[in-house]
Design a protein around this ligand. Structure first.
Ligand SMILES: C[S@@+](CC[C@H](N)C(=O)[O-])C[C@H]1O[C@@H](n2cnc3c(N)ncnc32)[C@H](O)[C@@H]1O
Length: 339
């Protein structure tokens, strides 16, 4: 079990037999091993897929919004990576709790749980650290009075982006990549005006949907599909497309797990993790798998930090890799699938 689940299990007497909302858990066995009436809210499709064999639909929600569970005894937030997303989640969780109910935050110390006291302050009193073990902490506050209802409009941001050929209204939520602005790498990819091949185009890791929106307008003979692992990104991408009158299909996928068929092109600003070393394993898995979703001669067009060693990976898995554009930080690469 994940460290955060282990620390919850150490306090099992607080949770056993209760009706609980558990938000952003890892995909592990906590909910099977600790007997409670669990209601899970996740925005991570990998977790949704992992827990769907042990929890049925009313108990497992994959969404940008918190399920409206009634008569809760308490709620637990597993600290997300982005602090703004913790604020967004707590603002939805707290109004579901009656006065006197506990609201918990658990997480890794290096993942920002030490900010729990500040995060919980708007929603209750008697805030205390209950446990600290396995590099994690468990915090609790007790909800006081009526908490203001959550309004999505207070959190959703819409910004107008000006491109040389069009204006795009981009909708985003806290914790969605490049919230409220255009990423410099995505901008460089969109400066490239070479047309995409006609037919189906996949926007992999679509975020708030900026790549597909701009490129769909420029390439009227292309039909876009957008995928992301994050429910908040999928919601924002759907909103961005509709605000800009672009028709496209949007659906969840962990990597290319739910992408079927072959595409004339795949465009992406692919995710990569930074740690002590730059981890290119996600990108490598993507380059390896994407060949089965490209038509013969189909184009892979991506943008990435210039220091990432993507060209040899692209050449191993897809084919000869050209630099379409570059600046001092990013490079836009294009490769054609064999065929
Ligand atoms: C660098 S951002 C690019 C977002 C958007 N295309 C843009 O240009 O603004 C990468 C995106 O990949 C998504 N992502 C991360 N891991 C993923 C996975 N395993 N499967 C699908 N999408 C993933 C993230 O949620 C994020 O939205």
């Amino acid at each position: 079990m994940d460290n955060t689940s282990q620390i919850l299990e150490r306090s099992a007497e607080l949770f056993a037999g209760q009706r609980l909302l558990l938000v952003n858990p890892p995909a592990d066995s906590l909910t099977s091993e600790l007997p409670a009436d669990w209601h899970i809210w996740t925005w991570d499709y990998f977790v949704q897929q992992g827990l769907s064999s042990s929890l049925d639909e009313p108990h497992l929600s994959f969404s940008h919004l918190c399920p409206q569970v009634e008569e809760l005894d308490g709620a637990i937030l597993v600290m997300p990576k982005a602090i703004e997303r913790a604020e967004y989640a707590l603002a939805q969780m707290a109004p579901l709790l009656k006065a006197g109910c506990p609201l918990y935050v658990v997480g890794e110390k290096k993942g920002g749980v030490t900010r729990a006291e500040k995060l919980l302050a708007p929603y209750g009193s008697a805030i205390e650290k209950l446990d600290s073990a396995r590099h994690c902490q468990l915090w609790r506050s007790v909800v006081q009075g009526e908490i203001e209802a959550f309004q999505l409009d207070d959190w959703q941001r819409s910004v107008r982006l000006e491109f040389s050929d069009q204006t795009v209204d981009l909708v985003s939520l806290p914790g969605v990549f490049s919230h409220g602005r255009l990423d410099e790498g995505s901008q460089l990819l969109l400066e490239e005006k070479a047309p995409l091949p006609a037919g189906k185009v996949l926007d992999f890791g679509c975020g708030a949907g900026v790549l597909a929106t701009v490129l769909a307008r420029r390439n009227p003979d292309s039909r876009f599909e957008l995928v992301d692992v994050d429910a908040m990104a999928l919601y924002c991408a759907t909103q961005t497309l509709s605000q800009n009158d672009v028709q496209a299909q949007v659906y969840p996928s962990d990597g290319l797990s739910d992408v079927h068929g072959r595409f004339a092109a795949v465009v992406s600003n692919p995710p990569f993790h930074t740690g002590i070393r730059h981890d290119t394993s996600i990108a490598e898995a993507f380059f390896n798998e994407v060949t089965r979703n490209l038509l013969p001669g189909g184009e892979l067009r991506i943008v990435a930090n210039g220091f990432l060693k993507y060209p040899p990976l692209i050449e191993t898995h897809i084919g000869s890799c050209r630099v379409l554009r570059e600046n001092n930080r990013f490079k836009v690469y294009s490769a054609a699938a064999p065929g």
